[in-house]
Design a protein around this ligand. Structure first.
Ligand SMILES: NC(=O)c1ccc[n+]([C@@H]2O[C@H](COP(=O)([O-])OP(=O)(O)OC[C@H]3O[C@@H](n4cnc5c(N)ncnc54)[C@H](OP(=O)(O)O)[C@@H]3O)[C@@H](O)[C@H]2O)c1
Length: 275
């Protein structure tokens, strides 16, 4: 048995496993021999994942259809997996929200907080406690380069990611005595549906997109080695340089870059559909 599987197997829960970075993480975990519990809302994509991973890598796959903005959803996942030994949790599912904060819908902001903040907090607590009792396991949180400083026009999303970064780096230390590895992966721009649907023309910013597969490998390779990891060289630079500058500088810089790249007509439409 590989060292990775011994430490973090036999089962891993990945939320948002049916698309984007979550699907890439679930696939990389299957390559490493872990059985997967995939959580998301779109059942047909979960079914595809189940078929692909079991046929291609011979691992067991269970799917749980759940809307993680529902406060009861984590208890549902706990119940549905009570017969399994969960060695790794990846609370990956997340959504973004862009636009002038005061113009965005309060309800949509609250749902984003439940998905991006509340669900990962609850999952890491519930399954982290089980891992601590067992004396083994791992949690891979997904933050963002946007979590390293405030980001005007993506303010509340960036704040949710700052929460994850802070929670994860503290738990990295706290959970060491239980032999549970905690790492926070911060992707930069990654080629998934999320940025494709954002009202921002990222080609107008000095950043480049990575493939989800690269990002997934960066995160899983850092597990047990680092508290935090930023994916991509240029992204690492952005996260690193802002430690040496007055905090207002990177915030203003990102504010300038994002405003310049904003597709105003899209955000007007998005705000209209949110309210
Ligand atoms: N892509 C980027 O540039 C980027 C950069 C930095 C950080 N990130 C972070 O990486 C993570 C994954 O993002 P991504 O780019 O892979 O996004 P994505 O392609 O849009 O995928 C989002 C995943 O989350 C699931 N999901 C969304 N809302 C959900 C809900 N209410 N309940 C349960 N599942 C839900 C989706 O499945 P269903 O719709 O079927 O539920 C899907 O599997 C997020 O936490 C994001 O903040 C992404």
């Amino acid at each position: 048995m590989s060292e990775f599987k011994e430490k973090y197997g036999p089962w891993a829960i990945v939320t948002g496993a049916n698309a984007g970075i979550g699907k890439a993480i679930a696939t990389e975990l299957a390559v490493r021999g872990l059985n997967i519990i995939g959580v998301a809302r779109r059942q047909e994509l979960l079914d595809d994942l189940q078929q692909e991973l079991s046929e291609d890598y011979g691992v067991k796959v269970r799917t749980i259809r759940a809307d993680l903005t529902d406060m009861e959803s984590i208890s549902k996942i706990e119940l549905a997996t009570s017969d399994l030994e969960i060695g790794l949790v990846v609370p990956n599912a997340g959504v973004e929200m862009s636009g002038e904060f005061i113009d965005t819908s309060l309800d949509a902001n609250e749902r984003m907080l439940r998905l991006n903040v509340h669900a990962p907090m609850q999952m890491s607590k519930v399954f982290g406690a089980k891992m601590a009792r067992r004396g083994r396991g791992g949690i891979l949180f997904i933050s963002s380069l946007f979590g390293y400083q405030g980001i005007p026009l993506v303010a509340n999303y960036a704040a949710t990611k700052a929460y994850i970064l802070s929670l994860g780096e503290a738990l990295n230390i706290e959970m060491k005595r239980h032999n549970v590895d905690v790492t926070v992966l911060s992707p930069g721009l990654t080629d998934t549906d999320m940025p494709a649907n954002m009202p921002i023309d990222f080609s107008r910013m000095p950043i480049y997109a990575q493939h989800p597969e690269q990002v997934a490998k960066t995160g899983l390779n850092a597990l047990g080695r680092k508290a935090t990891v930023v994916s991509g060289l240029l992204n690492k630079f952005y996260a690193w340089e802002n430690r040496f500058l007055p905090r207002s500088f990177p915030v203003s810089l990102f504010g300038f870059l994002i405003r310049h790249a904003f597709k105003e007509e899209t955000v007007a439409k998005q705000t209209a559909t949110q309210s």
